[in-house]
Design a protein around this ligand. Structure first.
Ligand code: AMP
Length: 194
């Protein structure tokens, strides 16, 4: 199964993707993790991306497409994958569609995790304390939320128009949200069965 997880910064999408990876046996592909790794390794992409990430802005679409194309060429993605943090704007959604069409492996499901913005702030403050991410300061977070509203929210409608979107309320416990997502996925699998 090829799944796109969508949600605002702090919606719990990364946490859920990590759990779903274990439950479904599919690789969790987080573009944020790939980029932070590139920054730590000081690769050319990492050097280009660091200042952009620290400002809370989006890394250019062509860089992201190269990164995702390279990741999807790896053998572990053949049985499916969970995308977390990509696509982040309409141009990326269209590029991803074109890439997956070319590979004959289209997206099966898009899941949007909805949370109240107040909860998001509280979660990010907790994450900042635990992980010490350089882009989890209040000012950068506000900027990331604005970019999310302007650029990423339309991606939700994009998948809705394709009939691939399910919305899940992300305000319960981690386990409750996980069960909601798993039930959506198993319903769809049953629906797809002959
Ligand atoms: P995340 O861990 O998904 O919150 O991503 C952290 C940061 O990495 C974002 O604020 C962006 O600067 C960058 N980033 C991650 N994914 C993308 C993407 N698909 N397009 C552009 N920038 C991205």
């Amino acid at each position: 199964m090829r799944i796109v997880l969508l949600g605002a910064p702090g919606s719990g999408k990364g946490t859920q993707a990590a759990l779903l990876e274990k439950h479904l046996g599919l690789p969790h592909i987080s573009t944020g993790v790939l980029l932070r790794h590139a920054v730590a390794e000081q690769t050319p992409i990492g050097q280009q991306a660091k200042a952009i990430i620290d400002r809370g802005e989006l890394v250019p679409d062509d860089v992201m497409l190269d990164l995702i194309e390279e990741r999807l060429a790896q053998a572990d993605t053949q049985q499916g994958f969970l995308l977390d943090g990509y696509p982040r704007n309409l141009a990326q959604a269209e590029s991803l569609d074109a890439l997956l069409k070319r590979l004959g492996r289209p997206v099966d499901e898009a899941i949007q995790i909805d949370v109240d913005p107040e909860q998001v702030i509280a979660r990010i403050e907790q994450r900042a304390a635990q992980e010490g991410r350089s882009d989890d300061t209040e000012e950068v977070l506000r900027h990331r939320m604005r970019i999310y509203q302007e650029q990423t929210a339309p991606v939700v409608d994009y998948y809705a128009r394709k009939g691939l979107l399910t919305r899940v309320l992300g305000e319960g416990s981690v386990e409750e949200v996980l069960q909601l997502i798993l039930s959506v996925l198993s319903m769809d699998e049953r629906g797809a069965a002959p």
